[in-house]
Ligand binder design. Structure first.
Ligand code: FAD
Length: 487
């Protein structure tokens, strides 16, 4: 914990008087879970964690922090993967008490939720009302809607339903000066000028604090089929994807890619998991079709397309989940892949996107480039193939010292991100910029776009008190030089 200055002590007294002592925390033990991030890469410091109960208290905290010139770093579930929620001085504002689900409007097909609602709770509330809220992430049991919005979260259902930006109709945001923008409208059409909500979605807490949102709901799927295919190369998987999209359209809800190395480490570290196909293949895809129609013949459609692809040699082998349990076991292989990489030592990670038409080429070219750069490096390129979003991760060579390997992070960034940039892609597909990619953004983002981003930041947060030093660095505040990644 940072020892507060005299002005800081006064601020804490003012905040405590309004929020109550239980909701202004300064003890080191209470701060611990708020000054590090999910992967333990960064460790920051804060003078206090404040836990407002509603929008008015959020506005009060921002006004008082503004007067004292003290930074505020918003946090939801603190599951972000780019160091965006790590404080470097100032106050952490935890939104967890704003967790209400205010209204479900079945005719408008919307749910109005507060920013601190846990994603899983929103999915469950929608399901109980007979609807689907489709955002789905491995962290859904702990991440919160405000964090999902602030990072424009993606996940496994983007192919069909889009990312958080696509799922949002309205927002309520408290600005740096404590004013409240009430944009909680559930409108599908609203051409009354600039789309302000899109400024705040993906802004990672640097432009305003999101307190509530109106989100889209969808009909629940009543039919679902899952398949797992093995291919010779990612190029074949891409052709299968294209065939399925042409024939199944919107019913194609997931097309997730995995390499043989990924399957090997899941089988090695996850007791009870089984190799789904008899032989090993270089590339695999997990495919899901779903439909709100109970009697939709999804299996028939899938078998027809995969049969054609098999005849043409695009698919070497395939299995279709014969029961819900089998389908879940197939999904389990994909879902466990993120966590098992940790058990293979150091992992250098890249969350990148390229046009879908170039996703196979990207995997091929980047894999060869990294393998040529370091003998024994183990490429684990997996993820949301159908969105053009690959988690291009590199596990350390067996037996190499972990910290020596992780010291090569920037060198591999340059190789991978140069390839991505050359394919007109993005160095951050779904996790955001935060701290980890802040300085690299200046290498790859269009200079005019960066200039506009800084202008927006200055206009909305002239004092630079909202999560300073993240996404784009302007002026003082937050870390000016990037702190070292811890592990
Ligand atoms: P936090 O980590 O608390 O905050 C994230 C950022 O948002 C920070 O910059 C913070 O300052 C800001 N913020 C938080 N709340 C607010 C608010 N109310 N107003 C303004 N700013 C705010 N992400 C994906 O997109 N797709 C995935 O598939 C995915 N899988 C994951 C799997 C695991 C196991 C883990 C640990 C993470 C994964 N993530 C994924 C990353 C993470 O879960 C998402 O970024 C999530 O959306 C963050 O939500 P959160 O509540 O934890 O936000």
């Amino acid at each position: 914990m940072t020892a507060p200055s005299a002005a800081g002590t006064t601020l804490i007294e003012i905040l405590t008087a309004r929020l109550g002592p239980a909701y202004v925390l300064t003890a080191a033990d209470d701060l611990e879970g708020h000054v590090t991030e999910a992967r333990g890469l960064y460790r920051g410091e804060a003078m206090a964690v404040v836990r407002p109960k509603d929008r008015d208290e959020v506005a009060f905290v921002l006004r008082e922090c503004g007067k004292a010139g003290v930074p505020v770093v918003p946090q939801g579930g603190n599951t972000g993967l780019v160091g965006g929620g790590v404080p470097y001085g100032g106050v952490v504002m935890s939104l967890t008490r704003l967790d209400g689900i205010r209204e479900i409007d079945p005719v408008n097909a919307t749910v109005t939720v507060e920013a601190g609602a846990i994603l899983k709770a929103v999915q469950d509330a929608a399901s109980e009302a007979g609807y689907l809220f489709p955002l789905s992430l491995a962290s859904e049991g702990s991440c919160r809607i405000g964090g999902n919005l602030a990072t424009n979260a993606g996940g496994t259902a983007v192919l069909r339903y889009g990312n958080m930006r696509d799922l949002t109709l309205g927002l309520e945001v408290v600005l740096a000066d404590g004013r409240v923008w009430d944009g909680l409208k559930g409108l599908r059409k609203d051409n009354t000028g600039y789309d302000l909500k899109d400024l705040f979605i993906g802004s990672e807490g640097t432009l305003g604090i999101i307190t509530a949102a109106v989100l889209k709901l969808f009909p629940k799927p009543h039919a679902r089929v899952t398949a797992f295919i093995g291919c010779e190369a990612p190029y074949d998987a891409l052709k299968v994807f294209q065939r399925l999209r042409e024939s199944a359209g919107d019913q194609l809800t997931a097309f997730e890619y995995m390499p043989e190395f990924g399957i090997e480490i899941v089988l090695k570290h996850m007791p009870g998991s089984l190799r789904p196909l008899a032989e090993k293949h270089n590339s695999y895809a997990l495919i899901e079709l779903s439909s709100p129609q109970k009697d939709a013949d999804l299996q028939g459609q899938l078998e027809a397309v995969l049969g054609e692809c098999f005849e043409e040699g695009l698919v070497q082998d395939a299995v279709i989940g014969a029961s819900e349990a089998q389908s879940q076991a197939l999904w389990g292989l994909r879902e466990h892949l993120s966590e098992v990489q940790r058990m293979e030592g150091g992992s250098i990670k890249h969350d990148v996107a390229v046009p879908v038409s170039r996703v196979a080429e990207f995997i091929d070219v980047a894999t060869k480039a990294c393998e040529a750069e370091m003998e024994g490096v183990r490429v684990c390129a997996f993820g949301h193939f159908g969105d053009g979003n690959i988690h291009f991760n590199l596990s350390q060579p067996v037996g190499m010292d972990k910290s020596t390997y992780l010291a090569e992070w920037e060198r591999f960034n340059r190789i991978v991100h140069d390839i991505v940039h050359g394919m007109n892609g993005s160095i951050s597909a779904e996790h955001g910029i935060g701290l980890i990619k802040r300085d690299e953004l200046t290498l790859y983002k269009d200079a005019v776009a960066l200039d506009l981003m800084r202008s927006v930041k200055r206009a909305l947060d002239p004092q630079n008190i909202l999560n300073p030093g993240k996404v784009v660095a302007i002026g003082e505040g937050g870390p000016t030089a990037l702190p070292t990644k811890a592990g």
